[in-house]
Design a protein around this ligand. Structure first.
Ligand SMILES: *Cc1c(COP(=O)(O)O)cnc(C)c1O
Length: 236
């Protein structure tokens, strides 16, 4: 992208504003800015936007659909790609080809499929257990395992070739104070670290709630709208 293009200038201004909010949130939480990784969620936005933000110093990008992710990762291979969407086992081979981290591991079958794909591709993939934080477990399915299922899933990941157990991920439920939900995630993360000390990632917080996630100890915030603008509505 042309260094002087209006879109690049907009992305630079949005990144600056997000960085300011990150700095303020870290300071308020008594944490170092370096303790939190900004993961830019680029779904629906073109590879040229990813390249522009990469140029501006963003190193981590995330997508939630394999087809779109695979195309962008091929166009911008020099950044780290994270997969954060609900994942089907038949997409694991593709995802393991470009993703350095998968944040949405929520069932044993997925551990098996992802491990097999990583080994076949000669890759090591960082895997996070996605925790379902909704108190109402009949809430719209956005993926995630119940807290009771986390230890066994973590063990399976830790034992799987091709995978590295990195930590936990969650999406704040609607209709609840995000800080309270992120504190439940922090408690699950602490229990996980007791058994797996190197599994220290806590992936939590989006454009609307990342300061609360940082207050509760998030190490990776997944920010889309605040960096790129409002996504066009997705049908279906
Ligand atoms: C889209 C998405 C985000 C980013 O959400 P914004 O509100 O646009 O910042 C974060 N995490 C996941 C899993 C997503 O699908």
């Amino acid at each position: 992208m042309n260094a002087g293009s209006p879109r690049r200038a907009e992305l630079a201004a949005r990144l600056l504003a997000v960085e300011e909010r990150l700095t303020v949130a870290c300071r308020a939480a008594g944490r170092e800015r370096a303790a939190v990784t900004l993961v830019a969620v680029s779904k629906t936005w073109p590879a040229t936007d990813v390249a522009a933000l990469a140029d501006l110093g963003v190193a981590d990008f995330a997508e939630n659909r394999d087809r779109e992710a695979a195309a962008k990762a091929a166009q911008v291979p020099q950044v780290r790609w994270h997969f954060v969407g609900q994942l089907q086992t038949n997409k694991c081979r593709s995802v393991a080809g470009y993703a350095s981290a998968v944040h949405s591991v929520d069932r044993a079958k997925l551990v098996e499929a992802l491990a097999r794909a990583a080994v076949e591709g000669g890759r090591t993939v960082a895997a996070l257990v996605q925790l379902q934080l909704d108190r109402d477990q009949s809430a719209p399915a956005r993926g995630g395992a119940g807290a009771d299922a986390v230890p066994a899933l973590a063990e399976a990941i830790a034992a799987a070739p091709g995978l590295r157990l990195a930590g936990v991920m969650a999406i704040a439920p609607q209709g609840e104070e995000p800080l309270a939900a992120f504190e439940r995630l922090a408690a699950v993360a602490a229990r996980l670290r007791a058994d797996h000390p190197t599994a220290d990632w806590v992936s939590a917080g989006m454009s609307g709630d990342f300061p609360a996630a940082i207050a509760a100890g998030a190490t990776h915030v997944r920010v889309g709208t605040a960096l790129f603008g409002r996504r066009p509505p997705v049908l279906g």
